[in-house]
Ligand binder design. Sequence first.
Ligand code: TRP
Length: 361
Amino acid sequence: MTHEQKLDYGTYDATVARSATLEQELLVSPKKFRVLTGDRPTGSLHIGHLFGSLQNRVRLQNLGVPIYIVIADYQVLTDRDSFESISQNVHQLTIDYLAAGLDPDSGHTSIFPHSHVPELNQLLLPFLTLVTNAELDRNPTVKEEILAAGQQRINAGMYTYPVHQAADILFCKANLVPVGKDQIPHLELTRVIARRFNERFAGGEPLFPEPHPLLSSAPMILGLDGGQKMSKSRNNAIMLGATEDETANLIKRAKTDADRTITYDPTNRPEVANLLLLCSLCSGRTPGEVAEEIGDGGGGRLKQLLIEYLNEYLRPLRARRRELEKEPEYIRGVLRKGIAAAREAGQETLSQVRRVMNMEI
Ligand code: TRP
């Protein structure tokens, strides 16, 4: 490798600080930015996704920032064998996006599965030549995912998907990527690939931007079993598409503690604090205010209040969701439009890439 730059995975604090600066710039000049972010289509989304990432995307959309949402369907194959439900999951994910307020008709938002954007996928090949095996082996998020998958045989897609993710981000020249902490290593790799590409092939011209991760200030939502992150696979999640009764039943079974006086104390009472936080997110009141109102009403009163708040808060979203469920052709149209927009951006980038790589015919 001629231009070896070290990949530095230890810059969490710097990333937090930079995110705050970027937030300021977003307010002043939203048009300077192009956002790309995305998810794997492994099923439908829960309220942790809503409060953690979806609302942030809607906020960026409403600031007027162009935003691309990639549905990473190829990435599903890196850590699981099953692929029967991919198409159904892509539809469910899209329904959740739209119900949460992402709006392709805003003219700012495109939603597309990356398997339908050949120009994006084609960037994988030159990008793979810009990183070493050793660098891919060191990626801490990939290491964790390998452990979590518990598979005997790790396919090469698992080691190389972060390079594919760089293609997801760079094909449309995105410069801002809202993600969670676990994705920071992938963003660092993306920045290194952009830099190496520019140096090696583009004579140092910034053909690709070096995109910044944008960490959201949204608090992490714990699962209803307390302690762990909310996650469908841990069975501790309230799905966006759940009914009001299902929601109530889940909340009734949520873990609390024995102290009947409700206080907001995230360190010592994480389960109670999590329920208070959810009440707060739904009502606009602070968790402390909600705690005070409940007083010594105990976990029972807290749960009752959360059931009311959450079901009321989600009612419009769930009504939209039910309507969208009845319109598979509309969903398909949203994806087709997203794919067309993505391909247009990808074609332009790929033709520049071919030119600088001397691959024009
Ligand atoms: N790796 C991400 C995840 O597992 C999903 C993803 C794929 C993504 N491509 C992306 C996220 C591009 C942000 C930008 O959740």
